[in-house]
Design a protein. Structure first.
Length: 386
């Protein structure tokens, strides 16, 4: 602001100086001739002294323009030098501050490998503070913490299942997640949300997070591909855009979770609780949701090709515009669900309860409706099997 004001004053001074160059000397000469001619009519010395004084004052005013311009130029030069010096000092201070922060960052990373949990937690908190105070270290702090969690909590159960092993676990037999890992996950979430509008990648793929308890957390766009979240309590978490393909979410509690545009293709959600969850625009092809509680859930425009929803509870769920071709809904509860405009051709609805459901405009051309309960269902403009 100050520099702009000085520039404006310099421009004004230049204009005045140019005007002075154009007309200044001529005006001085004309004024002098007029004054000298007037002196001939003066008779007393007092009158002549007064006239000379007025003449000198007029000449002084005309000469003030170039002198004022010189003052403005000097002021501008002084302000410019001060501004330049302040920028140099700021850069030097920033470089020194970053060097100290980078040194502290390296020490914190080293302490993550300590055997004592208290030191590991202190290191995680140091990375949290450094990520907040030094924006250039924010993404590095997230990456380091994610890498540590992935390496120390690598999911081995899923690998054994893929190799043909039989893994039969009960919730009571699964140990709780260590305190330092929970702290690191909470820090990752905090740092991930620190910069509004900036997407910092959070990679927690193939991570064992069984029995994780986090409420209302922001997991937007987090990569949890093939992660193990069995018995996790993620009440009201935001998983918008998250990558959860092939993840294990058996018996997970995701009540009122925001899962818009989430990718959970081929994921295992058997027995999961998703009451009033928002799964609009989700990609769920090939997922196993048998026995899932989706009552009151938002499933609008969801793609469910090949999904197993047998015995699932979808009562009062909103499924408008969903594509559910080849979906297995045998024995499912769909009473009072909104399925208007839904593509259900070739869906298996045998034994399903669709009492009071809205099926207006739905495509049921090749659906299996054996023993399906359609009591009080709205079938306006629906395409039914021939």
């Amino acid at each position: 602001m100050a520099v702009a004001l000085v520039v404006a004053l310099v421009i004004l001074g230049l204009v005045l100086w140019i005007q002075w160059l154009i007309g200044g000397p001529g005006r001085i000469g004309a004024a002098t001739d007029t004054a000298l001619a007037a002196f001939d009519g003066l008779t007393t010395n007092e009158q002549k002294v007064e006239a000379y004084g007025k003449l000198m004052a007029a000449i002084g005013l005309l000469m003030a323009a170039p002198i004022g311009l010189l003052g403005i130029i000097l002021a501008f030069w002084r302000t410019f030098n001060q501004h330049r010096d302040s920028l140099v000092s700021a850069r030097k201070l920033d470089a020194e501050t970053y060097a100290k922060a980078a040194e502290a960052f390296a020490k914190a990373v080293e302490h993550l490998g300590n055997d004592k949990i208290s030191i590991r937690m202190g290191a995680a908190l140091s990375l949290d503070a450094l990520g907040k105070s030094t924006p250039r270290l924010l993404s590095q702090a997230i990456e380091v913490l994610c890498a540590y969690v992935r390496e120390t909590r690598r999911s081995t159960d899923l690998e054994q299942e893929e190799e043909g092993g039989s893994i039969s676990l009960k919730e009571k037999d699964v140990a709780d997640i260590p305190t330092d890992i929970i702290l690191m996950l909470e820090i990752i979430i905090r740092l991930h949300c620190l910069e509004e509008g900036i997407r910092i990648p959070v990679n927690l793929r193939n991570t064992d997070m069984k029995k994780l308890i986090i409420y209302g957390a922001n997991f937007k766009n987090v990569n949890m591909y093939k992660s193990d979240l069995r018995w996790a309590s993620l009440y009201r978490v935001d998983l918008t855009g998250a990558m959860m393909n092939y993840a294990n979410l058996q018996n997970a509690r995701l009540n009122e979770a925001v899962m818009r545009s989430v990718m959970i293709a081929n994921a295992d959600l058997r027995g999961a609780y998703l009451q009033k969850a928002d799964l609009s625009d989700a990609l769920m092809s090939g997922a196993n949701l048998s026995g899932v509680d989706l009552s009151g859930a938002n499933l609008r425009r969801t793609y469910m090709g090949g999904v197993d929803l047998s015995m699932a509870n979808l009562s009062e769920a909103d499924l408008r515009g969903s594509r559910m071709g080849t979906v297995n809904l045998s024995g499912a509860k769909l009473n009072k669900a909104n399925l208007s405009g839904t593509y259900l051709s070739r869906a298996n609805l045998s034994g399903a309860d669709l009492s009071g459901a809205n099926l207006s405009g739905a495509d049921l051309a090749k659906a299996n409706l054996n023993k399906t309960n359609l009591t009080d269902a709205i079938l306006t403009d629906a395409i039914l099997p021939q």
